[in-house]
Design a binder for this molecule. Structure first.
Ligand code: SAH
Ligand code: SF4
Ligand code: F3S
Length: 461
């Protein structure tokens, strides 16, 4: 596209997102910022005018992917230029940009722009400068300033569920983890700005919102009177919003599960009975070395209190195997904890040595093959628990939020309170609705449901 093209002419933006839900949220916000500049999202990098890699630094594999992706983009850029279609701008955002900004610029000269997770509100300005300079490289350093002030509360959404960042950063410094370095210190958004964004989402048909934060249950945003709010109080305020009927939050640290928050799981009917509460390991020795700041029994007791507040609540978690110093006995303690707690789902990872973290220089780094075997065993146990949890739902009637159309027979696909996909036939009229569905079978990674009836228009929200 030539520089004299009309400003309304669309430029193609391709954005690739790695890592956690917060990166998904950030990518959506970056698209929101770039739309007024005439960018429209393209699902292909080939031919794009701007490619944005929103990166993750959490494990080595995730971080390394970025460099191979940049190599591929360089070729696409060459082809685009050869076709006479102008230059492709390549920008690296996210946690790798924050952690290795300088290294990216040294190692990958094809990159035009490096921008960290706290600075992306400056994207429009930086892009404009980069395009003019044709290849100027700019890095944006960690800026604790409030990017949320710069973001509009109006969002472009099409679905019935959405992520909403309410807290960012981490002060916990688990010894394996880069997040405190990539996302900075814990910071919470003011309640009013979150409520405004949630209202906007609800007005566009969003029925379920997932509140995001690296330590979301440590949320302490300004409540509007200069006092600190809490996550349960924020969720109460959000529960008042008409149309917004389901609330979730992730990720939580066990030490920030306050009594007030546990009570919310009993008292707030909009709060979904599903909690992601990572423990990482079931061994006291390893938990200490990880600086998780709580022991095995404290976690087990906490789970018991949460389940007492809401017996329908199910758990998911994160586990790391092969942390430095982890013996067979330590690993067995983790397996035993999983058996004791029982998970509806879990993510599990082989420990990955991250530069600059205390664990990377700890003695007793675990042999790759041993870690592989442990991961396999742990994942088999989790899959078993996951299947058992799903099997228990067969025959029960559960509330399902229908999200999208399926392939045939007026089929629609929705989500259960525990984030299972639920397929039901003759449900195409129910997109955006929450209705009771009888679970009659299990699919591959899903539940098969049956409607109790066909709904008349007047019955629907
Ligand atoms: N704030 C969240 C975690 C964010 S990272 C929390 O405290 O749970 C998501 C998950 O990645 C972590 O829970 C952990 O299980 C995993 N993880 C983090 N650093 C890792 C590393 N160096 N190697 C392997 N897994 C890691
Ligand atoms: Fe990382 Fe620990 Fe903070 Fe979670 S709590 S982001 S694992 S340092
Ligand atoms: Fe990855 Fe950054 Fe999220 S390191 S997990 S994208 S906070």
């Amino acid at each position: 596209m030539s520089e004299t093209a009309s400003p309304a002419a669309l430029k193609k933006l391709h954005i690739k997102t790695y890592g956690c839900q917060m990166n998904v949220y950030d990518s959506e916000r970056m698209v929101d910022l770039l739309r007024p500049l005439g960018y429209a999202v393209s699902d292909q990098a080939d031919g794009a005018d701007l490619v944005l890699l929103n990166t993750c630094h959490i494990r080595e594999k995730a971080a390394e992917k970025v460099y191979s992706e940049i190599g591929r983009l360089k070729e696409l850029r060459g082809e685009k230029e050869a076709r006479g279609e102008g230059r492709m701008t390549i920008a690296v955002a996210g946690c790798v940009a924050q952690a290795e900004g300088q290294e990216i610029m040294n190692r990958a000269p094809a990159v035009d722009l490096v921008i960290g997770p706290q600075a992306y509100h400056q994207l429009p300005e930086l892009i404009a400068r980069t395009t003019r300079a044709k290849g100027e490289r700019l890095s944006a350093d960690f800026a604790p300033e409030d990017k949320f002030d710069a973001l509009s509360s109006e969002r472009h959404v099409t679905g019935v569920t959405a992520f909403l960042t309410v807290q960012e950063g981490c002060d916990k410094f688990c010894t394996f983890c880069v997040v405190p370095y990539t996302r900075g210190a814990e910071w919470s958004r003011p309640v009013a700005s979150i409520v405004e964004e949630a209202r906007s989402l609800a007005s566009k048909g969003v029925r379920e919102v997932t509140l995001l934060g690296q330590n979301v249950n440590a949320f302490n945003g300004d409540d509007g009177t200069g006092q600190e709010s809490t996550l349960p109080r924020l969720m109460e305020a959000l529960s008042e919003i008409p149309g917004l009927d389901r609330i979730r939050y992730t990720t939580s640290h066990p030490n920030d599960m306050t009594d007030e928050l546990i009570r919310a799981h009993a008292d707030n009917p909009k709060l979904m009975p599903y909690l992601h509460l990572p423990v990482q390991s079931g061994s006291d020795k390893i938990l200490r070395a990880m600086n998780r700041k709580h022991g095995r029994q404290a976690y087990i007791d906490l789970i018991a209190r949460i389940k007492a507040a809401n017996p329908r609540l199910a758990l998911s978690g994160d586990f790391i195997v092969g942390f430095p110093g982890e013996t067979d006995k330590d690993f067995e303690d983790t397996m035993d904890l999983i058996r004791t707690v029982g998970y509806a789902s879990a993510f599990s990872f082989k420990y990955s040595k991250r530069p600059g973290t205390p664990a990377s220089s700890m003695p007793g780094q675990v042999d790759e093959a041993v870690a592989d075997a442990r991961l396999k065993a742990l994942q088999a146990l989790i899959i078993e628990q996951q299947q058992a949890f799903k099997a228990e739902l067969v025959g029960q009637t559960i509330d399902v939020l229908f999200e999208k159309l399926g392939r045939h027979n007026q089929q629609a696909i929705g989500r259960s309170p525990w984030l299972h996909s639920v397929f039901a036939e003759d449900a195409a009229h129910l997109i955006g609705q929450i209705v009771p569905v009888k679970i009659i079978g299990l699919g591959n990674n899903s539940l098969i449901g049956e409607l109790e009836k066909v709904y008349a228009k007047e019955e629907l929200a």
